[in-house]
Ligand binder design. Structure first.
Ligand SMILES: [Fe+2]
Length: 168
């Protein structure tokens, strides 16, 4: 795995755990979140040369290694299988959102990350409109994740990173 992807994954892990720690009685599996966040881009490095769908191949790799629960979350880190299927946010939603708040290894607003994704990957009109739709869904996910909490998305700023849980 490329060094910068390791740094990105660690930061996504810290943001994910921060989100989980601010939800109290929700039955979230913190260890599962940690594993999935750290491993979410496990096949990303090789995808640069193979062109594979790294969310899907990451899911497959982890499932074949005997970690289907981790694989299920990794497989949904770009796009959720179903948006808001459960009454309360689950581990997959948290890791998916956290990945959309970390650009390289920096915590950024959702809009900045999505702008980057649209510019980098929206190379055809079809891809671009699919990504704009993903942006809208991610905004709805952000509203859902923060609804009723004492924290707001803006609490997650680069300067606050020192207060985030350690990713290890
Ligand atoms: Fe990824």
């Amino acid at each position: 795995m490329l060094e910068n992807i390791v740094a990105h994954s660690r930061q996504v892990c810290r943001v994910s755990l921060w989100m989980a720690d601010h939800r109290e009685t929700n039955g979230l599996n913190r260890d599962l979140i940690r594993a999935a966040a750290l491993l979410h881009d496990i096949t990303k490095t090789r995808s640069f040369s193979t062109g594979e769908d790294h969310a899907e191949t990451g899911r497959k790799m982890l499932t074949e290694m005997g970690y289907p629960e981790v694989g299920r979350i990794v497989g949904q880190h770009v796009r959720l299988e179903r948006y808001f299927a459960s009454p309360v946010p689950d581990e997959a939603e948290i890791v998916n959102y956290a990945d959309k708040r970390v650009l390289h290894d920096r915590i950024v607003p959702l809009a900045e990350r999505m702008q980057y994704i649209v510019e980098r990957y929206g190379l055809s009109p079809e891809r671009k409109s699919a990504l704009l739709l993903l942006w809208e869904k991610s905004e709805a996910l952000e509203r859902r994740l923060f609804a009723g909490l004492s924290i707001v998305p803006e609490d997650l700023i680069p300067d606050s990173a020192v207060h985030l849980p350690h990713s290890g």
